[in-house]
Design a protein around this ligand. Sequence first.
Ligand SMILES: Cc1cc2nc3c(=O)[nH]c(=O)nc-3n(C[C@H](O)[C@H](O)[C@H](O)COP(=O)(O)OP(=O)(O)OC[C@H]3O[C@@H](n4cnc5c(N)ncnc54)[C@H](O)[C@@H]3O)c2cc1C
Length: 426
Amino acid sequence: MTKSAIVVGAGIVGASTAWHLAQRGYQVTLLERDAVDAVADSASGGNAGLLSIGHFPLTRPGASWRGLRWMFSQTAPLYIRPRFDRELISWLWNFHLHCTQRHLDRSMAVLGEMGFKSLAVLELMMAEAHIECDYKRDGWLDVVLKPENLAVAEAEARSLEQYGYKWERLEKEQLLARDACFTPEVSGAIHMKDSAHCAPHLLIAGIVRALPQRGVSVLGRSEVRALKLARSGRVTGVQLVSGEEFHADVVVLTAGIWSDAIAKLADVSIPMQAARGYHLQFAYPSTDAPALPSTGMVLHESFVAVTPMQTATGQELRIAGTLEIGPVGAPWMHERVAMLLKGGNAYLKGLDALKPIREWAGYRPCTSDGLPAVGGLKKRPGLFVATGHAMMGMTLGPVTGKALAEMIDDEAPCFDCRMLDPERFS
Ligand SMILES: Cc1cc2nc3c(=O)[nH]c(=O)nc-3n(C[C@H](O)[C@H](O)[C@H](O)COP(=O)(O)OP(=O)(O)OC[C@H]3O[C@@H](n4cnc5c(N)ncnc54)[C@H](O)[C@@H]3O)c2cc1C
């Protein structure tokens, strides 16, 4: 008998899960709160587009103390809106407990395996569905301004070698010769060679567009407001805001930062904080525009990501970043949007001469231990979750979808998911 699944949320994680469940013969309904055409406006469309395997999680030794210090500066790279909120306090305490070298080593082993496999999964999906999203597997640059930080960046890259990452140090002259976009103030860069970059809005739109041909029923403007429970406690379906009900063998929550609120309807908690980030998008239409960076990069001191992307209307550049932990829906902090340009100017020539064609904000779903939550809930048979990918969701979403589909289908997942058990927080 054909098995059925409801997937809630059409970001990269939900779309990838729907894809792989359909491939396994499931009858899949993908429910998305927004219009289907608007999926490119989600975090999965507005992110920096760096498919950066080898990116550290937030939980690094010293990060909690740094975060506390930055709490009082609205223009620090990581800003926590001070407020009295039990969930925030408990999250911060747990976050602090996980900022250890031991946890980082264990996390990188999992994230490394996921990262390499995720790009392989994504490349297959793109080839099968002929998705054009300016995908280039040419690595990313960690571009450094202060000479003393180049050694720090090198030590970080060296620490990743054990997980199979390849890297190269580029001295200032090599960097300037490679790309005309840099100012003479840069000191050099580390080239992390295994990663890729793309136009993420084209990628997520392409995947969602390809789903109906794979048998997935994609329903936009379908906001889930309740989970249907059987007497046994099993989750059997969902109810939309419109009142319409859908029933299936399994329900999968892939609603990004909103996943916890939906899980709570079944008395399950996936504690996460929303880390808002912003992007500015620039067009490169004229010959007097400054030189376009040839690859994706992160500006080491300002934590700003810069990604060139070819779209249907021409060449564009996205500058994205800043982490602002606060309530979902709070007014934009325009000083933080301005930080993106300020953070980029010292590294890249002529940025301030450009006018953004788009300003955007979105939320990274962040768990307190820096790792995603992926798997089934023993407490609620029939309910599966995949969320909490924080700054790495675009990179790790494809393999997450594949592994979750395998788990749902009672097969061993394609990577070791034990550290990602969604019930580890309870
Ligand atoms: C500024 C910024 C830069 C980033 N840069 C990168 C990067 O370079 N590389 C990288 O790997 N990651 C990056 N990320 C992180 C990445 O974007 C996220 O981790 C990822 O997009 C999360 O995907 P998701 O599918 O879990 O959630 P989302 O993309 O948020 O999708 C969730 C979907 O669920 C829907 N939904 C919510 N509630 C309901 C409901 N009740 N019913 C139905 N649908 C619902 C939403 O409308 C949404 O479409 C960045 C994030 C930000 C903000």
